[in-house]
Design a protein around this ligand. Structure first.
Ligand code: 5GP
Ligand code: ZN
Length: 113
């Protein structure tokens, strides 16, 4: 997607602080961290949000969830972490390319809404 911020990060047109990369996914540090560790994990294929996950593309989502524990271990998040995906305007999604936030390194607030 030519106009997508995260597609530009994948392409290397916008720099990012990468923590993990393979053929199908990329993880990098959030530019405005909400916790001591705040990493975004994204598929390299452009999926707009959780709402765009289908039987055809869900394999990359499963792969993301296999890699998240590896990233968490590498980041030293042995005491726990949160995985969040904001989907659509009511959830406050600001970048329309599927991404999972990994948040940790402190006791996180419990509010869900
Ligand atoms: P959302 O609000 O859509 O759930 O999450 C988007 C996230 O992307 C935000 O946490 C925001 O700080 C992060 N973000 C926005 N632009 C950039 C950028 O250019 N680089 C990085 N590393 N993160 C970004
Ligand atoms: Zn994209």
């Amino acid at each position: 997607m030519a106009d997508c911020l995260f597609c530009k990060i994948i392409a290397g047109d916008i720099p990012s602080n990468k923590v993990y990369e393979d053929e199908t996914i990329l993880a990098f540090r959030d530019i405005a961290p909400q916790a001591p560790t705040h990493i975004l994990v994204i598929p390299k294929v452009h999926i707009p949000s959780v709402d765009g996950v289908t039987a055809e593309n869900s394999g990359v989502v499963a792969h993301i969830f296999e890699v998240i524990p590896q990233i968490a271990r590498a980041e030293g998040l042995a005491n726990g972490y949160r995985v969040v995906s904001n989907c659509g305007p009511d959830a406050g999604q600001t970048v329309p390319h599927l991404h999972f936030h990994i948040l940790g390194g402190k006791q996180l607030a419990l509010e869900m809404a």
